[in-house]
Design a binder for this molecule. Structure first.
Ligand SMILES: C[S@@+](CC[C@H](N)C(=O)[O-])C[C@H]1O[C@@H](n2cnc3c(N)ncnc32)[C@H](O)[C@@H]1O
Ligand code: SF4
Length: 449
């Protein structure tokens, strides 16, 4: 090759030097044939078909100059792995967002609220996808009442026959048929929403609810299950508010006596007052005397629950006000996600803190609209079942971004102001995620299906 100009001659010399150095580097580079064939499937095919004699020859003749690596790790990047969910342990199905009741504090009571039923284009295919994702538990819950959906009991039976464990959150407010009692007795966990055992207060709070009907339904389910040697866990969810807080001791005593073995004390998310109905405010708005009474009742309730070996789960803001007096650093977030403004109290994370939450790794919450989210608190949609299959949604960019936020402490607004999960150091959450992802990846590898 000849060059007329000295500058071009120098450039050519520099290029030849660079090429010679690259050649030497290539010749000296360790070569991992196993890596090369696994990383470059086109080369593997060419070797298999005899178009190239060896992987090493390919690397020397063209691979190096194409920028292919001679060796490397076949292990996926750990950071990327932690953003993936190998399985979906729980699927929440909001069979409907319609309801037979109009609880005064529930978004269902807000003017303009419109409910709808879940339409799964191909239920059999959805069941297959749940099996492929190694789903263990299907939870019937959402903004609505599953037990008013036509044939909900047949859907439950089908899911139980498929081997899924079933949980439900229900108002249990309508008289159940024999077939519904039978379906419910197959559930592993039945969470009944009852805020008070004061029948007239309950009727005002959960408009349309009758305490006797709820208790009779409970008795029927427990009896039916016992005759079939089944023992569903009966749990009660109480929304703690200025109206219900002063009846907590009576609620727990009464319900322990009828066989309830798990209690959830949920924090009230405040919605605007409903015309003509009782107003309900956050428990923190009680007077000092009333708060002292509520705290004494709560202590009694926790003691009684402990004495019977029952379990209790308390939302962090309720615990902050009724248990950890003097330690609260609750903040308020006002949001308008859809129909109405809502007010949420939450513990604000400090630096290096995050939410103690694995839900985005464990849960796919399918709303009646077909939208998929990680839980019922999360306000942004992370996918739509009509548009994308479930596995693509739960490991898609939006779910991964949510997980990245939890791992780094850079929380999305929904996670930052979540009132259902406490706070934890980011190192501790990371350790939990590592353990969970590894365990679930092994479960995927082990389980025959
Ligand atoms: C929306 S309901 C749906 C399931 C069923 N209809 C029921 O009432 O159990 C699920 C749970 O959310 C609770 N809930 C409703 N509105 C709430 C609010 N504003 N703040 C906190 N919890 C609320 C209910 O009491 C119930 O335990
Ligand atoms: S029963 Fe449940 S979904 Fe219906 S209005 Fe009450 S809390 Fe809301």
């Amino acid at each position: 090759m000849r060059f007329a100009e000295p500058m071009l001659r120098n450039t050519a010399r520099a290029l030849r030097r660079q090429w010679w150095r690259l050649r030497q580097a290539v010749d000296r580079a360790p070569f991992d044939e196993h890596f090369y064939l696994a990383a470059y499937s086109d080369v593997a095919a060419a070797v298999e078909e005899g178009r190239v004699s060896t992987a090493y020859q390919h690397f020397h003749e063209s691979g190096a100059s194409e920028g292919r690596l001679a060796f490397g790790s076949l292990e996926p990047d750990l950071e990327e792995m932690l953003l993936m969910a190998p399985t979906t342990a729980m699927v929440y199905l909001e069979l409907t967002s319609r309801c037979n009741l109009r609880c005064v504090y529930c978004p269902v009571s807000q003017p303009g609220y419109v409910g709808a039923d879940l339409v799964l284009a191909n239920f059999d295919r959805f069941v297959e996808v749940m099996h492929a994702r190694r789903v263990q538990i299907v939870v019937m819950n959402g903004h609505g009442e599953s037990s008013i959906v036509k044939d909900w009991d047949a859907i439950a039976d089908r899911l139980a026959d498929e081997g899924f464990r079933l949980h439900i959150t229900t108002n249990l407010a309508k008289r159940l048929t024999a077939s519904e009692v039978s379906a419910l007795s197959r559930f592993d966990m039945i969470l009944v929403s009852v805020d008070t055992v004061d029948a007239s207060l309950l009727a005002e709070l959960r408009r349309g609810a009758n305490l006797d009907t709820i208790l009779r339904n409970l008795e029927a389910v427990i009896g039916h299950a016992a005759r079939r040697h089944r023992d569903p866990e009966i749990a009660v969810s109480c929304v703690v508010s200025d109206r219900s807080a002063l009846g907590i001791a009576a609620l727990v005593d009464t319900l322990l006596a009828v066989g309830v073995r798990k209690f959830r004390f949920g924090d009230l998310v405040e919605y605007p007052a409903v015309d003509g109905a009782m107003t309900v405010r956050h428990v923190s708005t009680l007077s000092a005397d009333e708060l002292a009474d509520a705290r004494a009742q709560f202590r009694h309730a926790l003691d009684a629950i402990g004495a019977r070996g029952a379990i209790v789960n308390v939302d962090p803001p309720v615990a902050a006000i009724l248990e950890r007096i003097g330690e609260t650093r609750l903040e308020v977030d006002v949001r308008t996600p859809d129909t109405a403004t809502k007010i949420v109290r939450f513990d604000r994370p400090l630096a290096l803190e995050t939410r103690d939450c694995l839900d985005p790794w464990r849960i796919a919450f399918v709303h009646a609209s077909g939208e998929v989210r990680p839980c019922c608190f999360y306000e942004e949609t992370l996918g739509q079942l009509d548009a994308e299959p479930l596995p693509d949604i739960v490991n898609g960019a939006r779910f991964r971004e949510l997980r990245r936020g939890l791992l780094s402490g850079e929380l999305s607004r929904s996670c930052a102001s979540c009132n259902a999960r406490s706070l934890i150091g980011i190192d501790l959450l990371r350790a939990k995620v590592e353990e969970y992802v590894e365990y679930e990846a092994n479960r995927t590898a082990d389980a025959p299906r």
